[in-house]
Write a protein that binds this ligand. Sequence first.
Ligand code: ZN
Ligand code: ZN
Length: 663
Amino acid sequence: MAASQDRNSGLRRSRREFLSTTAASAAALAVGRGLPAAETQPGASAHAAPGSVTKLSDHLSVYHGPVNVGIVRDGDRALLIDCGAGDLSAALKDQGITKVERILFTHYHRDQLCGAYGLGEGARIGVPAVEREHFANPAAYWEDDKYLWKVYRSFRPHHLMPVEPLRADDALTDGDRLAFGPAKIQVLLTPGHTEGSVSYLVEVDGRRVVFSGDCIYDAGQVWDVYSMQKGFSHGGRTIGGYHGFMGDRWRLVESLGRIKDQGPDLLAPSHGNVMQEPARAIDALAERFETCYENYVGISALRHYFPELFTDYAGRPGQMPIRPGIEPPDCLRHYGTTWMLVSKSGAALVMDVGSPRIVERLKKMLADGEIRSVDALWVTHYHYDHTAGIPAFQEEFDCPTIAQKRLAKVLTDPTAWRLPCLMAEPVRVERPVEDGHSWQWHEFKLTAYDYPGQTLYHDALLAESDELKMLFVGDSHTMAGIDDYCAYNRNWLGPGVGFPYCIDLIEKLSPTHIFNCHVADAFTFTPDEIRFMRRNLDERERLFGELVPWDHANYGLDPSWVRCDPYTQKGKAGEKIGVDVVITNHSAGPQRCACRPLLPKSFGGVTAPWIESEAPAKTEHRLALSLSVPAELAPGRLVIPVDVKHGPWHLPQFAEAIVDVVE
Ligand SMILES: [Zn+2]
Ligand SMILES: [Zn+2]
């Protein structure tokens, strides 16, 4: 991979306009009703009009763009807190401001700072010390494959990483103080939304206002839930970020406590409404976090793997009791994450191959006469602890690999996706089968199911013979409930999607045994347990819907509701390439949506026109972009951010596509 230096110079040589978008939505435009407005929560202040300015005092105001920008004025000069898309020149001019002298950032997310590249010229820039690298050298992230592929131990909720470096003059830490004109500003370390987020207490004109970044959206609300996906320790046990759903809510609540201790008159968030009663707003959020998390724990499969983490919740009324497992039938073997179904004739159907050691095991079983043949491979999902041994398996055994079609798309073309624990190497699938497809295999009737459980792209296989009805659910359940500990796997809430869909399927199939790849015991769910889980998930849809400002919980839970397909692709200089922006409309009604790609500023910064269309309710909607790779572009990685509008929301640089420019 070429150094970024080369790429920049290559680009500067190119004078032609090298980005063009054509194309429109693949879907026909339907004439729909008006867009639902964002709902105002009880106790929250009214939404400020986009582009308006709220004056907080003589020297302090907030500009309401895609993110709120704090403006501290001193004569004709200003200090900004965050800058959003940078579209505030009219607001500055209205206040007689001719010069932005300083910009302070609350955190590194690119919706906070994407406008800074133009605005910040000549301005002194202050950033949270912990996140300085993300500002100054984002290429260190984008060019390191450990953040793209097999993301497990290296898991961090690193969406919205800047694409372009931004000079960081001051690295700010807790307790730092600075002055700007009549204003005194104090830095408060407030991690939670990101690892190094800071807030700024501004004292001016007799008021104390905290600019709190994305710590809180409004009374009892946060902008998203998935940013809190982080590891944590409790009861002597530690888990990593991949397992840590809402793992940073404790740190966030501590951070909010630190803000509260300052006794601010007002709280100005990056996204959301200026809060008139900071203490009440914060207390409401802390309480809601606890209610939501208790609901989450109630049916979490994690209680099986890490009981120490959840002892505080054990025995509470909302917690589904965990029944012990049952003995698997004789026709099964379990090694690593592999279940093996062995027919009376000695033929084996292998499910998942997480490591080449399984291939060695199979060879030994054949040699020992324990099995007579290996007939087929079934894949439950794309996590590499289930697929890393498949190439070795396919090399050794001449038999078909079978997966349900939706999963097969991820397995065979992984670099088009961005998902945790996914390998960049494709897995060959000879038999992609439809959801519900059945076939006879020796004495077993097998049926393939789409099973959007642990991840949105996941299978289940039902094997029936005599009185046995065995359902292989990959990693989607343990006897403790459902496996939804990583928001980045995309666990949707609502009737007919995600786990609610899976639980309906279990009820319909009523298996005698359910199998998880990591658990040696089988289990089942009783009708009461099914009702319990369904009630929990119905309740969850409502609770998390109240926790976030969006009109459905899934916007706050699903980090990939806007994604680029393909996520990464190879392209040659001078070529045209296509990218679909896939917007999942989680709302109950249609939403007007739009997107446009951007080329990073130092690459010329050409902004394409918006492509607009209407996304029907509860669908994945595609907007097709066509991009021209500059003719004189040197090889290397190009990250292309995409601006998004969805209903009332304007989301600068909310998604990105990667193009690896090759010779
Ligand atoms: Zn943010
Ligand atoms: Zn898994």
